[in-house]
Design a protein around this ligand. Structure first.
Ligand code: ASP
Length: 237
């Protein structure tokens, strides 16, 4: 399998360059990549923005046509699942019957790129998203093309923020607290993926590009450094 999952948060020029390099390498042999913009409301605008942001390479990316989504996915030689709201995305993946076709092509080795919400739905479920439940998907079950969960846009500790020249502490739950709430009910390990970071997954082993922290139901969390190699249980190896 050739899976690349990003956390989003590519707000600096350095991160944008890394993202473009990774995409062009990931889709080096692909001429017909289907771009799935279902995490957003305005599919056409989202697709146009993506194509524009990729420059000449954008010509090889085609927005999903919901009238023939399954056929388009089966005929594609690459899949790019864009970010946005994970509830909306997962609802539409189920509603338009795209889950099985996506799983099949990814298992056959078609390169899959997911960014943020697109990484959430690559997991067994979408239960470790940060998004608000703005719609009701029929199920939290997602594509399951990696065996662990991802929490994208992860950051350690608590937030401090600035407003009108003042610095404030924010006392809401940290990501660690939220992930430990998930682990009170579920045993699947969770990779907290820092912004600007990526996971490469070949079906057996993963490689981290950037920074991450792995969370487990009954073990202490473990920091993953750039280049870390791990298996489906998020055990370093
Ligand atoms: N809203 C995020 C994105 O797709 C997903 C998340 O934070 O869980 O950018």
């Amino acid at each position: 399998m050739r899976v690349l999952l990003g956390s989003g948060g590519i707000g600096t020029e350095e991160r944008r360059l890394r993202y473009r390099d990774l995409i062009s390498n990931h889709f080096r042999d692909s001429e017909n990549v289907v771009f799935i913009p279902l995490a957003t409301h305005d599919h056409e605008r989202r697709t146009a923005r993506l194509k524009e942001s990729l420059g000449p390479m954008g010509a090889r990316f085609h927005g999903l046509d919901l009238d023939c989504g399954v056929e388009q996915i089966l005929a594609a030689d690459g899949v790019y699942m864009g970010g946005g709201n994970s509830f909306l995305l997962n609802m539409d993946l189920h509603k338009y019957g795209l889950i099985d076709a996506l799983r099949d092509v990814v298992k056959q080795g078609i390169p899959y790129l997911g960014v943020s919400a697109g990484s959430n739905v690559a997991c067994p479920t979408m239960m470790t998203t940060n998004d608000m439940p703005i719609v009701m998907p029929p199920s939290y079950e997602a594509l399951g093309i990696v065996p662990f969960q991802i929490n994208p846009h992860y950051y350690p500790g608590k937030i401090t923020f600035h407003s009108e020249g003042q610095r404030y502490d924010h006392f809401g739950e940290s990501r660690r607290q939220r992930i430990s709430e998930y682990h009170q009910h579920e045993a699947i390990p969770v990779l907290g993926l820092w912004e600007g970071s990526y996971v490469e997954w070949d079906g057996v082993r993963g490689r981290l590009i950037g920074r991450a922290r792995a969370f487990f139901q009954d073990l202490e969390p473990v920091n993953f450094d750039d280049g870390a190699i791990f298996d489906g249980t998020l055990t370093l190896g």
